[in-house]
Design a protein around this ligand. Sequence first.
Ligand code: G3P
Length: 255
Amino acid sequence: MARKPLIAGNWKMNLNHLEAIALVQKIAFSLPEKYYAKVDVAVLPPFTDIRSVQTLVDGDKLLLTYGAQDLSPYDSGAYTGEVSGAMLAKLGCTYVVVGHSERREYHGETDELVNKKVRAALKHGLSPILCVGEKLDVREAGNHIEHTTSQLLAALKGLKAEQVANVVVAYEPVWAIGTGRVATPADAEEVCAALRSALSDKYGAELAQGMRILYGGSVKSSNVADLVKCDNVDGALVGGASLDGEEFTKLCALA
Ligand code: G3P
């Protein structure tokens, strides 16, 4: 089954709303309209920029999509500092990142919480970009497949197959994030294929074949083409390289 690739730029905690507008304009005017028929492009700005991105995308009828980097597991109420899936949906978000290794590491997010956030995203019609990935010691011990598969299945626990179909999976080995040390295409393919096979065993081959599995970790215009050539890599979750309009559009064009 042909899967439409997705290139998503995770801006992390970078760019204010004025800088966000400038970057989105640069991306939008550098990629021809016909490009979007082949590849989906998304930006994932900080919460404070999303309203500005929405205004620009709606006003100029841009084909670019956008989303957030996190959401609350709760719908509303006394949860100071949290942003709900309902709020993100109202802002026109298509995606929301869930379970990024930086949230797991710096905010103590467990598989159980990631599962609640995946449910919250789906409940509000958002596609979770569910991140899984091993640290270096796990890879060196040869346990990366077991580790990432277990993160994946834990995050999807209790969901029905039709819900799982709306999830985008992102394999982001922690040792490759922000380090300049990209996984080889063979490394990325090995894990992405194993994740697809786990999805197939649990939810059926047809569903697994239709799901997008991205690679993330030091993706740049110089390495993206070889990564997305892999059978089971359906695009990229890009950090640092998504902050530079020229580099990001070059990367998109090469994907
Ligand atoms: O979510 C994207 C990510 O963690 C990879 O970051 O800077 O290595 O591309 P980077």
